[in-house]
Ligand binder design. Sequence first.
Ligand code: A2H
Length: 257
Amino acid sequence: EGITVQEYSAIKMKALQWSDKAKAVIGDSLPADADVFFIPATLRPETMYGQICCFVGPTVAYGIYKAPTGKDGKDEYFFCTERAARNMAFQKILPWGKFESVVQLLGADVVGTLVNAPMSVYEKVYILPMQSLKPTKGTGVVACVPSDSPDDYATLLELQRKPAYYNIDPKWLDKEILPIIQTPSSNLIAKFLVEQLKINSPKDAKLLEQAKEQAYKEGFYQGTMLFGEFKGTPVQDAKPLIRKQLVDANLAFNYAE
Ligand code: A2H
């Protein structure tokens, strides 16, 4: 990891309807009217228009952590790994030094939970499993943007191929992928690269690394927004503006590691 600091945006995706398993595990450990947010860490806030689901690692351990009280006086909680909670407790995101979870869950428990997706064309999206998700990066939660992330696109294809194996309802994925950014290669750079490099599975780690690099470079340095308020603006200019909009609207916060 070295000593470089990654500046992530953590997106606040509010839980709207828990999966049955999550309901059973949570029981009465949360106040009935608590707002719980899944908080994917992203380096690409300008792509959030294209979220179509949200990923957790099915075998990864998570907790729900009490956050400072929201502006409207309501209790807020964050769903993330303990590692992320510990970091947040020393970045003035969680109460100082406090990272004891209210309840512990496995990623598999929350698959099928319906959450709000800030800024997305799809207002409500489902929590789905991503086997390649790393428990030691970010918050352990990933916003799925299959138009611009080759990892997200490859995982989505895999889930669509074998819904029964992954224990998911195909309807949870039944959403069209919309172009968000125009790059020299494509307006759906992730799909383009997965096809060009013949990536067959989310396990093709080496090829996915290559695709990720190219998608990031093209998107950031040569991309133009195709969607939203900053349509027509270069990604480099739109990115900080969209990040600020999300933070100002209390739909995201900055998180570093
Ligand atoms: B990015 P870096 Cl559209 N495991 O957000 C696996 N991947 C994770 C993760 C984890 N625990 N936590 C975050 N990530 C992903 C959007 C996106 C991202 C797009 C395109 C590329 C891209 C939507 N997913 O990332 O190793 C998150 O996905 C490629 C750079 O810290 C996060 O940003 O550089 C990115 O990896 C952080 O990866």
